[in-house]
Design a binder for this molecule. Structure first.
Ligand SMILES: *[C@@H]1O[C@H](CO)[C@@H](O)[C@H](O)[C@H]1NC(C)=O
Ligand SMILES: [Zn+2]
Length: 419
């Protein structure tokens, strides 16, 4: 992967279209949202000056499908948008996912003000991919207020963060003369919802970038209910195979049931203490996929499961190994020959700085790109919306949550800049 100046590569048509003219909100090309009513009610008593602009940006992002591998179009939109806002923009190509080899080029987007420096105070980052399926943008009818609900894929995870981060930086730079625009750099990555390949590519490239790129702190945008996360749990992903011996179900003593072994082992793991800590609570366990055997009247010779644990113990780099050892021990207790445990990836719990005045703390149980950004920096994790609706059919956010995030990101960036 390599960096390319966005204005020189790839999108001449797109850039020509937009050069020197006002951003056209995508709502004008027939999405269900109503920018007409947005403008009509911009003067509503509780509306900040940037409400229209924020909703137009979020609508454009949410209306552009961008599940894993399909991030090309939303990336192009963002490049165009940021350039119009006066940023310098680079893109970083990321190879297609293994299971989608033929997609259009997908890329991370990096944006800054002025000449590219080596040392930034703060990196502001989130991800532009979403989980499938696409859910169109839909804004509640009537007068827009802080209570207005917006539905659609990515409203919460994490296009709400992307839009509010951009608006927050713009707002901060236009209202606070003490902030040096050249201290802040923005990064929007692909692939967070699957392998983290976008952030890993960025992280790997830090070493060979020219000029080099360092930052003292990074603010990650993920749904934290507008609270400041003190950390997130780690994770461990494994497959378990049980091997038995087939036989007629009338003569179980002649066989060895792989399903029975698997059921007993998984039951034991569910009941076990997989480790806990005061900050992160209990490690939890999920059998996400369960399969085995061939028919009701056959003692099954083979069973397999895909499991995930949310890790609450141990160090950042090694917490998952603590949990893997406990799972392995339980499998051995149940049967010391039947099981194969294959853990594909994992990491321990990650702490973040939540000691910032004016923020309510939270601890979250989901993974983020923080483990994929391997550098020396102070972490912050904050975003609008709740993880409890992310990834579901009813993903939504409120206008009030978004606007609080624009305000909070400004506070957080200011705090990080002044450290
Ligand atoms: C954590 O696990 C213990 C048992 O190991 C249980 O008593 C406790 O309720 C659990 N805590 C939570 C928050 O689920
Ligand atoms: Zn996310």
């Amino acid at each position: 992967m390599h960096w390319a100046s966005a204005s020189a590569v790839v999108f001449p048509a797109l850039l020509a279209l937009c050069a020197g003219q006002q951003q056209q909100p995508l709502s004008e090309v027939g999405h269900s949202g109503s920018s007409a009513s947005t403008s009509q009610h911009a003067g509503a008593v509780d509306a900040p000056s940037y409400r229209d602009k924020l909703l137009e940006l979020l609508e454009a992002l949410v209306s552009t499908p961008s599940s894993n591998g399909e991030e090309n179009e939303v990336g192009q939109y963002l490049v165009d948008y940021l350039e119009q806002e006066g940023y310098q923009v680079d893109i970083q190509f990321v190879p297609p996912p293994k299971d989608h080899p033929n997609v259009k080029d997908r890329f991370n987007v990096l944006a800054w003000n002025g000449a590219r420096k080596s040392n930034y105070k703060t990196l502001v980052t989130s991800h532009i991919d979403v989980v499938p399926p696409h859910i169109p943008w839909e804004i509640e009818g009537g007068e827009i207020s802080k209570h207005t609900i917006i539905r659609g894929r990515g409203t919460t995870d994490a296009k709400g963060s992307v839009a509010t981060q951009i608006l927050a930086v713009n707002q901060l730079l236009s209202t606070n003369k003490h902030v040096n625009p050249e201290d802040i750099i923005l990064l929007f990555v692909v692939g967070e919802e699957t392998t983290g390949d976008g952030m890993k590519s960025f992280s790997d490239s830090l070493k060979n970038m020219s000029p080099p790129l360092t930052f003292e702190s990074a603010i990650f945008g993920e749904p934290t209910e507008n609270k400041l996360a003190c950390g997130h749990k780690g994770a461990l992903f494994c497959s378990v195979v049980a091997k038995g011996k087939d036989a007629h179900s009338g003569y179980p003593e002649l066989g060895k049931s792989a399903n029975e072994l698997m059921i007993r082992a998984m039951n034991k793991i569910y009941d076990a203490d997989l480790g806990s800590s005061p900050l992160f609570g209990n490690t939890t366990f999920n059998v996400g996929r369960f399969d085995g055997g061939v028919a009701a009247n056959v003692i099954p010779a083979r069973a397999f499961v895909d499991v995930a644990a949310r890790v609450a113990v141990g160090s950042e780099k090694d917490g998952q190994k603590v949990v893997q050892k406990k799972i392995s021990d339980i499998l051995n207790e149940v049967d010391d020959k039947a099981f194969t445990l294959d853990c594909t990836h994992g990491y321990g719990p990650y702490e973040c700085n939540c000691d910032v005045p004016g923020f309510e703390p939270i601890v979250v149980n989901y993974g983020t790109d923080i483990p994929n950004l391997d550098a020396d920096y102070v972490r912050y994790l904050y975003g609008p919306g709740s993880i409890l609706v992310a990834h579901g059919d009813h993903e939504y956010i409120t206008v009030g949550d978004l606007e609080k995030a624009v305000e909070d990101y400004q506070k957080l960036i200011l705090y990080a800049l002044n450290q």
